[in-house]
Write a protein that binds this ligand. Structure first.
Ligand code: XMP
Length: 319
């Protein structure tokens, strides 16, 4: 009989058996899969697990803090947080092409992760949140994948330099099963039932060149949108929802003056498989609240639009 408790018990035993008294390293992204692996491995091997959490400066508002609170503070998991924002922003300077940005973000992640890993002594295993669909899909696919480490280290094997054996306790599980394990392991419901977030993060939600100013504005706008979706009980009726930063200036009238300021687009979709998607028919009142709050609370934004494009042809992300 399949129950989350039984799977956890089996996997805990398997991991202990595989790892013995050796040390395991995990790239923790805050996404569902790596979070569940962290909780599971912590239960299995406690202090023999070290997690590395890379803050690339392209995370959502308070995301880094939430990861540290959940894992380090509440659960007592060993987590090393690397503040790599300056490095990522520096590498992204002047880069406007979406695929080039994805590559830079992915490669920089690997670089930072490998450097952190090399500082930790006696590590023999690398844990990953590979789930069953990752195993059957090609490593190149990008359906809702939470972290670049997967596409790089996953399934295809590790880079030559990293002579680590893999621990992949979710390899036989589907997403909904992984979520149930997460709840059973005591992870916060909101973390386990969160919308997917792309590995390159806000890097592909800031169109064109990424700048700190843009990322800061986008973080605020996105947080307002998500908060209001929760307030209106719409968050879980959408599959993915987020704000996008458009680097164009549009006019707004404030007092007697005309101001030329940035535009924020809102995207919310309903989908089963993320291959096709329908834009979510959010209530006008909700859109109005979000728009008013974004324009009033964030300086530098004068206009908010709602994306009413279906996939295909429009992808869910704007880049
Ligand atoms: P699109 O935009 O292709 O998105 O309709 C489908 C799903 O994939 C996510 N996505 C990504 N995930 N790295 C990721 O890890 C990426 O480069 C990437 N691009 C898109 C997107 O958020 C959606 O869930």
């Amino acid at each position: 009989l399949w129950t989350p408790a039984k799977i956890i018990e089996d996997q805990v035993a398997r991991v202990r058996d595989q790892v013995g008294d050796r040390h395991v390293l995990l790239g923790l992204s805050g996404g569902v899969d790596s979070s569940v692996v962290a909780a599971l491995l912590h239960r299995a091997i406690g202090d023999q697990l070290t997690c590395v959490f890379v803050d690339n400066g392209l995370l959502r508002k308070n995301e880094g803090q939430q990861v540290m609170e959940t894992f380090a503070k509440h659960m007592g998991v060993k987590v090393i947080r690397v503040d790599a924002e300056p490095l990522f922003l520096d590498k992204l300077e002047g880069q406007a092409d979406p695929e080039a940005k994805r590559k830079i973000i992915g490669n920089t992640f690997i670089e930072v992760f490998d450097e952190e890993a090399s500082k930790i002594e006696g590590v023999d295993f690398l844990a990953q949140g590979t789930i069953y669909p990752d195993v059957i899909e090609s490593a190149a696919s990008k359906t809702g994948k939470a972290h670049v480490i997967k596409s790089h280290h996953n399934v295809g094997g590790l880079p030559e330099t990293m002579k680590l054996k893999l621990v992949e306790p979710l390899r036989e599980l589907f997403k909904d099963e992984v979520r149930k394990l997460g709840v059973e392991l005591g992870l916060p419901y909101d973390m386990v039932y969160r919308h997917p977030f792309p590995g390159p993060g806000l890097g592909v939600r800031i169109l064109g060149e990424v700048k700190k100013e843009y990322a800061d504005i986008l973080r605020e706008a996105d947080a307002i949108f998500i908060e209001e979706l929760h307030n209106a009980d719409w968050y879980h009726k959408t599959s993915q929802a987020f704000a996008v930063f458009l680097p164009v200036k549009s006019v707004g009238v404030v007092g007697d003056g005309r101001r030329y300021e940035w535009v924020i687009a809102l995207r919310a979709v309903e989908t089963i498989d993320f291959m096709t998607a329908r834009w979510a028919h959010l209530p006008y009142e909700l859109l109005e609240t979000v728009s008013n709050r974004i324009i009033n609370e964030i300086s530098g934004v004068s206009r908010v639009t709602y994306d009413v494009s279906s996939k295909p042809p429009a992808t869910i992300e704007w880049e």
